[in-house]
Design a binder for this molecule. Structure first.
Ligand code: TXA
Ligand code: MG
Length: 319
């Protein structure tokens, strides 16, 4: 297949409308998108990613007024959209009658990306775009254009060039289909920040966080292998992290805040924002460099730590 690689959203929007797949950058990670109103186009995403068929997709919109055509918008959702959208927040909402791809569920995850290229593609396509992260299912998400071109050139109809993802990990996913909001996936936008805002609006003070505690996965995505490179991923506190370095294994790649003499592939971090931004590309590089292990230092204990730990522990679990 010939892949159209361009920064012009207009022909790519046309390809989406014709039922094609387009990989595009967002502020979180790259997504692989199809017209949400064409189930057959969305089905192609599952094939190409080898994604389990029961794992639903996030539909991306330009504005929440368009979301209202497809979903019930509870008051809390409206408040959250007004405050945090466009941005790295996906809300799971009950659907209305109007047909859209929901993977057979009575709910839909929706998100308005805060990225000029993604928004211009949505504008050109004139339809909502269903897009999971652009990676093979179970592998690290992609945050660099060279990785996207290596993985997807020749496999999709188009690739949108533009500013690469600023954040580096996927959006926070919040389920608003039951009485109390439930966090399905932590992201850069922390629960604390959302709760604090809601408190000032006098709406709700507690968001349920069931990740890792529920026997019944509420989000289909919770039960699958995620983000894992071929290399083994190990997470260590600072002292053990430094001790591993002193042993000097050549097949280890180090990612952290304390690297005494960085070797090829090692990534020295400044803060947790840097951690989010570089985590996936480091996992990708570990495999490209043929490293056997990626040794990660514990993130700093701030509001971003939860999301970083979520991704690293899933990459470790590999199940
Ligand atoms: O940052 C992001 O959200 C990126 C960019 C491309 O927007 N997209 C992304 O999509 O990470 P994906 O498919 O890799 O992750 C979506 C997650 C999955 O864990 C899925 O199970 C969950 O959201 N999800 C989607 N729809 C859902 C629904 N109706 N109910 C519960 N969980 C849902
Ligand atoms: Mg994903």
């Amino acid at each position: 297949m010939k892949t159209l690689i361009t920064e012009d959203p207009v022909p790519l929007g046309q390809l989406i409308r014709e039922g094609g797949l387009v990989v595009f950058p967002t502020e979180t990670v790259f997504g692989i998108g199809a017209d949400s109103t064409q189930a057959s186009a969305c089905a192609k995403i599952y094939e190409i990613k080898k994604r389990p068929k029961d794992n639903p997709l996030i539909a991306h919109f330009r504005h929440w007024s368009a979301i209202e055509e497809y979903c019930e918008i509870p008051k809390i959702a409206k408040q959250l959209f007004q405050k945090f959208s466009p941005g790295p927040l996906a809300l799971v909402l009950p659907t209305k009658e109007k047909p859209i791809f929901t993977c057979g569920l009575p709910s839909l995850a929706v998100r308005i990306p805060n990225h000029a290229g993604a928004l211009s593609l949505l504008e050109a396509a004139k339809v909502p775009i269903s897009a999971p992260s652009a990676n093979l299912s179970g592998r690290p998400s992609l945050t660099r254009i060279e990785d996207v071109i290596r993985e997807f050139d020749g496999k999709v109809e188009g690739i949108l060039l533009g500013e690469i993802p600023e954040i580096g990990i996927e959006s926070t996913v919040l389920d608003l289909t039951s009485e109390h909001p439930v966090l399905l996936r932590p992201g850069m936008l922390s629960v604390e920040r959302i709760e604090n805002y809601l408190k000032t609006e006098g709406i709700v003070s507690k968001i349920n966080q069931i990740e890792g505690t529920s026997l019944q996965p509420l989000s289909p995505g919770m039960k699958y292998r995620h983000y894992a490179p071929d290399a083994q991923v190990i997470l260590l506190p600072k002292d053990a992290f430094l001790e591993f370095q002193s042993k000097g294994e050549t097949n280890d790649l180090f990612l952290g805040f304390h690297i005494s003499s960085p070797k090829k592939g090692d990534v020295l971090l400044e803060n947790n924002n840097d951690y989010m931004k570089k985590l996936y590309s480091t996992l990708v590089d570990a495999d490209l460099l043929g490293k056997k292990r990626v040794i990660c230092e514990m993130p700093k204990p701030d509001e971003y730590a939860k999301a970083i730990l979520n991704r690293i522990t899933k990459a470790i679990a590999r199940s």
